[in-house]
Write a protein that binds this ligand. Sequence first.
Ligand SMILES: Cc1cc2nc3c(=O)[nH]c(=O)nc-3n(C[C@H](O)[C@H](O)[C@H](O)COP(=O)(O)OP(=O)(O)OC[C@H]3O[C@@H](n4cnc5c(N)ncnc54)[C@H](O)[C@@H]3O)c2cc1C
Length: 354
Amino acid sequence: MLDYIIVGLGLSGLAISEELDRRSKDFVVFEDNSQSSSYVAGGIFNPVILKRFTPAWNAAEQMKVAIPFYKALEKKLGVEIIYNWNIYRRFHSFEEQNDWFIASDNPKLSAFLDPELKKNTNSNLIAEYSLGKVLNTGYIDTEKLLDNYRGHIEQQGRLKLEKFEYADLKVYSDHFEYNGISSKNIIFCEGFGLKKNPFFNYLPLRGNKGEYIVIHAPDLKLDFAVKSSVFLIPLGNDYYKAGATYDHQDKTAEPTEKAKNKLISALKELIKCDFEVVDQIAGIRPAVSDRRPLVGSHPELDNIYCCNGFGSRGVLISPNISRMLIGHIEDGDALDSEVNLERFTKKHYKLVNS
Ligand SMILES: Cc1cc2nc3c(=O)[nH]c(=O)nc-3n(C[C@H](O)[C@H](O)[C@H](O)COP(=O)(O)OP(=O)(O)OC[C@H]3O[C@@H](n4cnc5c(N)ncnc54)[C@H](O)[C@@H]3O)c2cc1C
């Protein structure tokens, strides 16, 4: 009898697996490559919303758990996944510069916003109103992390690279049976795939498609990330990632011409030199109407849980929320009401199931 079945190995399933491993629990993970959000993510950890210069929800607190979590994974997997570099916000006007100065005085933001402006010295970067430096930021190479983590749990015999068929799950009063596997608990971490899950598809997961292009720009010579209407992230060897787009309507997994053209136009406002688009990637962010995670138990069935709804901030949120969920299941700790999926149960579950 296993302790847990986990469905999905994106950032959510990975963080749940790690917490269970830390507690010496037995588990198996199903992964069918149907979603790609965690793989294509920019991987940026940044506690400031750079559009408005406001603190992101709980981000400074989340960083205290997330950064040591990824550092421990670097050690465990023997690969480098954390890249600490500064993000520079391009200003579009003197008003924005002024807003930045005001924000950098805010005690919640002062650790992250450098009040001194950086003059642009790169002749191929268009930044006449200078740049503001965001401190203590960086990115996690999520693709490298997930590839290596897959290898790690595969070696332990814990990975099933196959689709989890909901119809084949047999629910008993004190355990589950699934194709010869018995388990006490099951946690669904399917990202936008939750929409197909009959146990939790009543939840208001909206999905928000995001696309990046990868460009080759040999003359750009930029060695820091810039946030303007798009993020421009150096990848090394004159390659850069530019994006991402936000689309609430399109829920398809494939890259689109529309997003590509939009990103090219935005880039032409940001850089002067020639560039060639060499790749394009897309994924659906598991976004929720109230912009908070969806975590907790099924409204009627025991021991079935959901860990989802990380929107555009899975890197910082997933280690915190997974720890909270497993603490709730194993130790009876309370779930934060802001993230507990119960907030939707009354309205949505009863409506869908009446
Ligand atoms: C373009 C883009 C850029 C982003 N940039 C950032 C960023 O810079 N920083 C940041 O913090 N966040 C970013 N995000 C958001 C981040 O990617 C998400 O918050 C996070 O990856 C969600 O993780 P998840 O594990 O919940 O979902 P997913 O990554 O979607 O993982 C769910 C997994 O479950 C699997 N699955 C689903 N159904 C089944 C089934 N029935 N059987 C087996 N397996 C199944 C899927 O194949 C998938 O691997 C970005 C997202 C996008 C799309």
